[in-house]
Design a protein around this ligand. Structure first.
Ligand SMILES: Nc1ncnc2c1ncn2[C@@H]1O[C@H](COP(=O)(O)OP(=O)(O)OP(=O)(O)O)[C@@H](O)[C@H]1O
Ligand SMILES: [Mg+2]
Length: 270
């Protein structure tokens, strides 16, 4: 049996006293799986992902990674196990794009050492895969929002970890690059047995790329399972108060789109 690589039990978190973002969330994440976390704005997706990556300390429950409690892991051990692409990232210092990506190798480079040829080759490969080689010598502060997103994804790829946590990785990306990034993740999950967890707002991304989907709503996971089980008009209506039409092919749901009366009404009221 494929043992869980990441295990969450009775997770609870609040930013402000007595105002729980979520309560009692339990989930097992296995290698070789791509999980999509969905839910409306403010439902707690980023907060969960930040708890999983150790950026936020939870108030309740436990998080176990590769059989060890998250607290028992050093920063370096964490960075060798998990790479994180955050939803928002501001950087003041004008690093070169190539240096930003090579930072993904930091967990493997001694404090007083320089990146090896192997580290540089891995970073170059990550830039090639994400299609940003032409940006190598540009400043991270002087490229577009979508280009910055690709740099962060390349940095995470260069980190070469068994777990990848990506908060809305397709944010800012054009149509082709959205598919490119999701396809890279899917291939790494399939070929290298990685565990990837993404937060996404696009039900069609969850439907077509995830192995398992979970929907967070009002502090609870209200639905989880295969994309075919979870992405349907009933769940979308419950979470987003939007009527959608299911696009089916050979009895499988291939996509959802807002129902025509939503599109033609012109004004939006739930
Ligand atoms: N730093 C913070 N301090 C206090 N409350 C916060 C903070 N960050 C988020 N929140 C609140 O916590 C809740 C969950 O926020 P979170 O960012 O996890 O949502 P999300 O599902 O990622 O939303 P989005 O889809 O907009 O990214 C929201 O009610 C939000 O207002
Ligand atoms: Mg978020």
């Amino acid at each position: 049996m494929n043992m869980p690589l990441l295990e969450v039990e009775h997770l609870g978190f609040c930013y402000e006293k007595d105002k729980r973002v979520f309560d009692d969330i339990s989930f097992q994440f296995r290698k070789g799986m791509l999980y999509a976390l969905m839910g409306g704005n403010g439902s707690g997706k980023t907060t969960i992902l930040r708890c999983l990556s150790g950026i936020l300390s939870r108030d309740a429950g436990s998080i176990t990674i590769a059989g060890r409690s998250i607290e028992s892991l050093s920063r370096q051990e964490c960075a060798r196990l998990m790479s994180v692409v955050p939803q928002e990232h501001t950087i003041i210092f004008p690093y070169l794009v190539s240096n930003m990506v090579i930072m993904g190798r930091a967990p493997y480079i001694g404090s007083f050492s320089n990146p090896s040829e192997k580290d540089k080759a891995i970073a170059q490969e990550a830039m090639h895969e994400t299609g940003i080689t032409h940006l190598s010598d540009k400043l991270y502060t002087k490229i577009s929002g979508g280009e910055r997103q690709l740099v962060l994804i390349a940095r995470a790829l260069a980190q070469n970890t068994p777990i990848m946590i990506l908060d809305e990785p397709t944010n800012h990306l054009d149509f082709r690059n959205q598919i490119r990034v999701l396809s890279i993740l899917k291939r790494l999950v399939r070929d290298k047995g990685l565990l990837a967890i993404i937060a996404t707002h696009d039900p069609n991304h969850a439907l077509n790329y995830a192995d398992e989907v979970m929907i967070l709503h009002q502090g609870r996971i209200i639905s989880r399972g295969s994309p075919q089980e979870v992405i349907n008009s009933r769940n979308i209506k419950q979470v987003y108060a939007v009527d959608v039409e299911e696009i089916r092919k050979e009895n499988l749901i291939r996509g959802v789109m807002p129902a025509l009366d939503h599109l033609s009404r012109g004004n939006f009221t739930s």
